[in-house]
Design a protein around this ligand. Structure first.
Ligand code: ADP
Ligand code: MG
Length: 350
């Protein structure tokens, strides 16, 4: 029998392949595989469903990730997927695979973070599953949310001339990971060394304890803006732009000078001899929202302090380009596109 390595088709190729097996049999299934969350018609509104799994050794390293932060992050990343549909998360389930090196106190620490996130995002933990694991800690979260039918936002609604917006700043979580990995390596070679993290608080926090931008969903609602397409930035700006482009059948022009990068992210990238723009484009795990709006909505949000306008959508045939600070248009590469090869840290959020 033929054997194809998963690397050859990549995570997204694999999902496309799985999708081919299924078509919706129920009228209530409005949207299945392919967006940040599925859409289910429950009558008066749409229900949103999303699930994400975090694995020890793939998504996190317990030698520097505190369990409380990990619990918080597991909830936040799921709330983020609901937000990416313009929805509000209401409930979560949390399923655990635990190896026998875990103590009751360790589970308590994990749930302290989970409970804190449930409190902050006002979601109810309504169940889950607990099993033993032979390969370290596994956390699988499913989130349920809701959205009025007329304001659900898919990845597929962007049109040529729409304005591309992104919240917050990008690349920080990736640079935070680089700092954590460096300090771990230093500690392993000399256990007397204390990690030097104080100067990197902001970006280390971006990696360890990201926030879902549920706040933005409420603000867009108050401003009367429904994005035409939206996705959360889990794999990096470039990868997410490719998703929006593919599903909306558009191209993009993105201006390098307008990509928001925090000062500490910028300086840390330089310190690590990395291009800050590369960190923003391909780093991932920022959990900001990337969305498009019709030009008529620009006036309503142009003064929002935490929404940045980074480019515009164009006809699909024009492709996806990054306009550099030297005014050169270079085709954008999406590294997050095929990241099954990555074995640690960022760029692995499935
Ligand atoms: P996100 O990064 O927003 O969590 P993913 O890239 O993980 O999104 O998933 C994209 C889409 O593929 C989602 O609709 C998700 O539900 C679906 N998906 C991912 N893995 C599987 C799978 N093994 N079986 C069915 N659907 C899947
Ligand atoms: Mg997502």
């Amino acid at each position: 029998m033929k054997r194809t390595d998963i690397n050859q088709i990549g995570e997204f190729g694999l999902i496309d392949r799985i999708q081919q097996w299924f078509s919706a049999k129920n009228e209530s299934t409005v949207l299945g595989i392919g967006d940040d969350a599925a859409i289910i018609d429950v009558g008066g509104h749409y229900q949103l469903v999303s699930t994400d799994m975090l694995l020890e050794g793939v998504h996190f390293d317990l030698s520097y990730v505190p369990l409380g932060h990990l619990g918080y992050k597991a909830i936040a990343v799921n709330v983020s997927d609901i937000a990416a549909m313009n929805g509000v998360a209401r409930q979560v389930t949390v399923s655990l695979g635990l190896s026998n090196r875990f103590s009751v106190e360790a589970v308590d620490a994990l749930y302290e973070g989970i409970a804190q996130a449930c409190e902050n995002y006002k979601v109810d933990l309504i169940g889950g599953d607990t099993t033993s694991s032979a390969s370290g800690l596994v956390i699988s979260v499913a989130a349920l949310g809701e959205v009025p039918k007329d304001s659900v936002v898919r990845r597929s609604g962007a049109q040529a001339h729409d304005i591309v917006c992104v919240t917050g700043d990008l690349g920080g979580a990736y640079m935070g990971l680089q700092v954590l990995e460096r300090e771990k390596a230093a500690y392993l070679s000399n256990p007397d060394m204390q990690p030097q993290l104080n100067a990197y608080d902001y970006i280390v926090g971006r990696q360890l304890k990201p926030e879902a931008r549920a706040d933005i969903i409420f603000e867009l609602h108050d401003l009367g803006v429904v994005p035409t397409a939206m996705i959360d930035v889990s794999d990096g700006l470039a990868s997410e732009l490719f998703h929006l482009a593919k599903q909306s059948k558009v191209g993009f022009n993105i201006f390098e000078k307008d990509i928001p990068i925090d000062d500490l992210t910028y300086r840390t990238a330089i310190e690590f001899k990395l291009d800050p723009i590369t960190a923003a484009l391909n780093g991932g795990e920022d959990y900001e929202l990337l969305f498009t709006i019709g030009q008529q909505d620009f006036e309503k949000i142009k003064n929002h302090p935490d929404i940045h306008f980074i480019g515009y959508a164009q006809q699909e045939a024009k492709g996806i380009h990054l306009v550099t600070s030297q005014q050169q248009a270079v085709p954008l590469q999406a590294q997050g596109w095929n990241h099954f090869h990555n074995t640690n840290g960022s760029n692995n959020n499935g």
